[in-house]
Write a protein of this length. Structure first.
Length: 350
């Protein structure tokens, strides 16, 4: 049984690339198809990929014009021949017995799932935080109600009572293994959107999966960096979130989701509001005056779907910190909300 790793690279530090690729080629299970995607990186990423390919015949390298993370992953999906697929980000790494543990696990089962979820770690510069598993090993999701519950978790991950388990988000592309036939049958691809394509691929794949199974073993190492795409100043964040939210509401309409699910989307709209404050309006690199920041932020939040979000959220479903953020949003204390977020983030790093 063969496993494919798809790993996109764009402006990844050499030492991060080495750690990522080495963790894959040193897997204790050897029957691998390793697809390294050079997404038009202007540095040495492409040459480094070629160097590793010259040393290991299991490695295939795709050199392509820069198209973003989704496009790079999709390029890998297009050439996969292995029975299973897993994704690794270019600055992350995996335990070297990751695939061996998976193969041993499924060898004892006859009714295989379309998707398997694992747990992982959040790696800071000076410490490693082990994620708390969301479920016990062997928990399956087969009925539509069970699968919709997983979709809801994706939407409410950052604000619900359960929330992120120490930063190991359930809606990521990584720490998951997909049956290749399943991806090909439903022509699943990562949507070409500027932000959070992982969660959209997640809800789409769960919608059509027959069975999903959770394995409460930490195998993935997510590297936390201050300059990463989820932390840096994004002056177009308002347009990015608009595209993302339009996709979600369109998905709900296409799949005829009911009112309770729509309310979960509004919880994700609240997350978008918090992200907009973080990434654009009150980001440290935004040099506009305080009044201008607040005015532009307030103007946007007076439009749909933002203006509707706070009226469609069931407050008792929010976590403690999220409740505080809810009321700060409601009473337009945007900068105080950002100060609270930074403090929580600093505490998680310590």
């Amino acid at each position: 049984m063969r496993m494919a790793f798809i790993v996109p690279f764009y402006k990844v530090k050499k030492e991060y690339m080495k750690q990522s690729i080495t963790s894959i080629i040193n897997q204790t299970y050897k029957d691998l198809e390793i697809i390294l995607v050079d997404d038009g990186s202007p540095d040495e990423c492409g040459a480094i990929c070629d160097k590793y390919a010259s040393m290991d015949e299991r490695i295939k390298v795709i050199h392509k014009k820069n198209g973003g993370l989704s496009d790079a992953r999709n390029a890998g999906i297009d050439i996969v021949t292995a029975e299973w697929i897993t994704f690794v980000d270019g600055d992350d790494w995996v335990d070297e017995n990751f695939i061996e543990q998976f193969i041993l696990y499924i060898s004892e089962r006859h009714d295989l799932a379309d998707i398997y979820y694992f747990s992982g770690y959040r790696n800071f510069p000076d410490k490693e935080v082990k994620g708390v598993p969301y479920f016990e090993t062997g928990r399956t999701f087969s009925t539509y109600e069970e699968r919709e519950f997983l979709q809801s978790m994706c939407l409410t991950n950052h604000v619900s009572k359960d929330g992120n388990r120490k930063g190991i988000t359930i809606s990521s592309a990584w720490a998951k293994i997909y049956k290749t036939d399943f991806i090909q049958q439903y022509k699943l691809k990562f949507p070409i959107v500027p932000y959070d394509e992982d969660s959209l691929f997640y809800v789409e794949s769960i919608e059509v999966a027959k069975k999903i199974e959770y394995i409460a073993i930490p195998v993935y190492h997510y590297r936390y960096t201050l300059g990463s795409i989820v932390n840096r100043y994004r002056p177009n964040a308002d347009m990015e979130q608009e595209i993302y939210l339009e996709y979600l509401f369109s998905f709900a309409k296409r799949c005829e989701k009911k009112e309770d699910f729509i309310k979960k989307i509004y919880m994700r709209v609240m997350t978008s509001m918090i992200l907009l404050i973080k990434l654009k309006y009150f980001n440290k690199n935004n040099k506009d005056s305080f009044l201008k920041k607040r005015g532009e932020c307030n103007k946007l939040f007076c439009t749909s779907p933002y203006k509707d979000a706070l009226n469609n959220i069931t407050i008792n479903q929010l976590g403690r910190n999220a409740k505080i953020k809810y009321f700060l949003l409601k009473f337009k204390f945007y900068y105080l909300l950002e100060i609270l977020r930074r403090k929580n983030s600093e505490n998680s790093i310590r």
